[in-house]
Ligand binder design. Structure first.
Ligand code: NAD
Ligand code: MG
Length: 369
């Protein structure tokens, strides 16, 4: 089958190969189903769809039945949750592949959010030293972030995403209509990463978001599609420059070092990642203000745009020393020095360790009643 022309997407350039991100809000229609979109990117006859029980109940049957007309299709349904992003789940994927007698010609399809995408990608990277995979991200976060860039992996009991590989998919299909079933809190968490791109890359996109966030919150799929496309373009550009995160890719961690403190302190799952990043971006903006780079009005603007997306802007109360200790364990620390991504202006981020420790302490100090 000929590969379709993509009016609704973009191309990611990587060292291994180039691949498309197709962004559509139309796959619900018969002629444009998920299966029809991904089929041209499946090279052999063998397909393993990996998903979780929540997403399976919503989208698995239609995809499986339609693909089965052309391919030998097996499914692996994992339990839902970050706590299952581990070696046990990877083994279940390998077991499904072995039971089906699939070989190097297999294509894995990740149907789900970032957890399913990261695990499926890692299984694809390691099964028979590497087989093809396709991403169908079904959360906003996975559409704008985790499905782009080729980072795959699982958690270790001692740390998040500690085991993994860089492995690029054959294509990414972001079907906006899947966002209709996503819990509102998960949509907001994804919007935190969308807002992040604006704050680090593009002030004009920030203005666009200020105007369009209400429509996105109301699930206007065309507007959401526009936003996803822009975010994927930003991330694809950064990944093309720095696939292995030795430089500019680190800017994507804006708000994440502060957010990591909140996530770890509160226990994973109590604050969603995007919620912690939102409050963390406010702290990073406040430190940028103390550096003399942002005005008070600009920090207020950051808070307003996050509030439009129903995101928290105040971190929970955490003792300064506890916060500093947690920061010290973040992966972004190099040679014992905390490096932070701060804003030189709205739309322009820098990675720096050149800040006064006292200013960081001030930002981390819990508000006193
Ligand atoms: P997730 O995969 O846990 O999905 C969130 C919840 O939404 C889950 O309960 C899921 O079952 C459910 N869900 C998914 N799609 C749905 C839909 N369409 N309708 C209803 N429910 C749906 O979480 P996430 O936020 O998508 O991803 C977080 C993961 O992504 C983390 O493990 C994180 O480490 C990883 N991540 C990876 C990268 C990367 O570059 N590889 C980047 C960012 C995040
Ligand atoms: Mg993130």
């Amino acid at each position: 089958m000929a590969k379709p022309l993509f009016h609704d997407g973009l191309t990611v350039h990587t060292q291994s190969h180039d691949y498309p991100i197709v962004i559509t809000e139309k796959t619900a229609t018969e002629n444009n189903s998920m299966a029809k979109q991904v089929a041209p990117y499946i090279s052999g006859r063998q397909v393993l769809i990996v998903t979780n029980d929540t997403v399976a109940a919503l989208y698995l049957n239609a995809l499986t039945e339609e693909l089965a007309e052309q391919f030998t299709v097996k499914v692996c349904v994992l339990p839902d949750g970050e706590q299952y992003k581990n070696q046990t789940s990877i083994n279940q994927i390998y077991d499904a592949l072995m039971a089906a007698h699939f070989n190097r010609d297999v294509t894995l399809i990740a149907l789900g959010g970032g957890v399913v995408g990261d695990m499926t990608g890692f299984a694809a990277a390691s099964f028979m030293r590497g087989v093809s995979f396709i991403q169908i991200p079904t959360t906003l976060l996975s559409q704008v972030d985790s499905s782009v860039g080729g980072k795959t992996g699982i958690n270790h009991a001692q740390g998040k995403n500690m085991i993994g590989a860089f492995w690029q998919p054959q294509m990414v299909l972001a079907d906006m209509s899947t966002l209709k079933t996503l819990p509102a809190r998960e949509l907001s968490a994804g919007l935190a990463e969308v807002i992040k791109y604006a704050l680090i890359m593009d002030e004009a996109f920030l203005t666009w978001l200020e105007n369009n966030l209400p429509a996105m919150m109301a699930l206007d799929l065309a507007i959401l599609g526009d936003a996803v496309k822009r975010c994927c373009q930003y991330k694809a550009d950064i990944v093309a420059q720095d696939e292995r995160e030795s430089g500019v890719r680190a800017l994507l961690n804006f708000g994440h070092t502060f957010g990591h403190v909140i996530e770890t302190h509160q226990g994973y799952g109590n604050w969603l990642h995007g919620e912690a990043v939102a409050a963390g971006m406010v702290q990073a903006a406040e430190l940028s203000q103390k550096m003399g780079w942002l005005t008070a009005e600009e920090v207020a603007r950051v808070k307003r745009v996050l509030t439009l997306a129903n995101l928290p802007i105040t971190p929970p109360s955490i003792e300064v020393q506890t916060a500093l200790d947690l920061m010290g364990h973040d992966k972004k620390v190099k040679h014992g020095q905390i490096r932070l991504i701060l804003l030189k202006s709205l739309g322009k981020a820098v990675l720096t360790n050149d800040f006064d420790a006292k200013l960081l302490t001030d930002v981390l100090s819990p508000p006193r009643a």
